[in-house]
Design a protein around this ligand. Structure first.
Ligand code: ADP
Length: 376
């Protein structure tokens, strides 16, 4: 089996050609700046993928592709299993778009152009909300008027589910323990960032909510804010809903506070004495520690805590500072192990640490390809 995995965003299209049985990635890449000059739309982006693969001697028609897997951010309350895409499903995804106006429309565009280009292959939607569809009601419910919440499907859905499930299963495999015997915290720290608490293989809380804006400080997203500030900025500062949404999604987080959303640049600024960058870092770490503490309490007993994604896998300072001084809570990092750079899953806690702390590389493309393989 060979699966083409497509992750279609508003201005970028990520792709990977993956063998789900061996885990081997035959090719992967990203087409960026969709909507600007040379890449006017998603169809052009997919044609570029076609050409790039062909230039590497991989022709989509002769590659032996067995299916195409599409990452879809929001499955609403209806979709959580990997689902074969047909016209009816596309129509239902369009109905869900108001729930995820920034994410689902570009995924639908990606699906439509890929179905046109590869009409003979099964196309499968894999939902980022899937893993969290069984979140306990106590974690999934906002304390707002019940009738309004039900009428408008306002609840906490959770995102990055593919990564949280993959990493937590990898962590169990690394420790050679049954998945359902472990209580885990997974910190997915990339451009987007989220934490999950997983008890015996079942997610019991996660930091992203109705949209991927809630929770941790992210590259360009604010994470938690007082909803009162939205009304205040609308009413008093005269900002439109669109302007507030754009600010919270694209001009907040590390970018909003430090002027940089790439952590490597934030550290460079800190080293030059930039106070805003230092303050942004402090806010990021403070929020992270608050969630870690919260999830230790939600789980009661925590066996494993894993860091993953760009920042989690590569930034030893963030790992150190997020867990500094938590010996009283059973968490102790070995500074030397933490400083080691590696692309492999690894332990970074001391032998005495009651909670085992790991760095576990995520691989959402492989997880999507496996989900696709399971239904085709
Ligand atoms: P996404 O997949 O959500 O776009 P990533 O998981 O690639 O994001 O994470 C992006 C973040 O990871 C950036 O802030 C970047 O600075 C950080 N990052 C990626 N690689 C490294 C590295 N080698 N060292 C330090 N930080 C890194």
């Amino acid at each position: 089996m060979t699966v083409l995995v497509i992750n279609s965003g508003s201005s970028s299209l990520k792709y990977a050609v993956v063998n789900p049985a061996t885990g081997q990635s035959l090719a992967d890449g990203i087409v960026e700046e969709i909507g600007s000059g040379p890449v006017p739309d998603h169809e052009a982006a997919l044609r570029i993928v076609h050409e790039v693969l062909a230039s590497q001697g991989m022709h989509l028609d002769t590659l032996g592709l067995t299916a195409v897997g599409h990452r879809v951010v929001h499955g609403g309350t209806i979709f959580y299993r990997p689902t074969v895409i047909d016209d009816a499903l596309v129509a239902k995804l369009e109905e869900l778009s108001p729930l995820a106006p920034l994410h689902n429309p570009p995924a639908i565009l990606g699906i439509e152009v890929a179905r046109k280009l590869l009409p003979d292959l099964p196309h499968i939607a894999v939902f980022d909300t899937a893993f969290f569809h069984r979140l306990p009601e106590a974690a999934a419910t906002y304390a707002i008027d019940r009738e309004i919440a039900q009428r408008w499907q306002v609840r906490r859905y959770g995102f990055h589910g593919t990564s949280h499930e993959y990493v937590s299963r990898q962590a169990a495999a690394f420790l050679d323990q049954p998945y359902d015997s472990l209580n885990q915290i997974v910190l997915h720290l990339g451009s987007g960032a989220s934490v999950s608490a997983i008890a015996g293989g079942c997610p019991v809380d996660t930091s992203m909510g109705m949209t991927p804006m809630e929770g941790l400080v992210m590259g360009t997203r604010s994470g938690d804010v007082d909803p009162g500030l939205i009304m205040y900025l609308w009413r008093t500062a005269g900002m439109s809903v669109e302007a507030i949404e754009t600010m919270l999604n694209r001009h907040s987080g590390m970018l909003g506070l430090a002027g940089q959303n790439d952590f490597r640049k934030v550290h460079e600024l800190i080293e030059c004495g930039d106070e805003n960058a230092q303050s942004a870092y402090d806010v990021y770490i403070h929020r992270l520690r608050k969630y870690i503490g919260g999830y230790l309490a939600v789980l009661g007993r925590t066996d494993v805590l894993s860091f993953t994604a760009g920042v989690g896998e590569n930034n030893a300072a963030v790992r150190r500072d997020a867990l500094a001084g938590l010996i009283g809570l059973g968490i102790e990092i070995d500074e030397e192990l933490n400083a080691v750079r590696s692309g492999q899953a690894r332990r970074i806690s001391t032998p005495d640490s009651r909670v085992t702390v790991l760095v576990v590389p995520t691989n959402e493309e492989l997880a999507i390809a496996r989900a696709v393989a399971a239904v085709t």
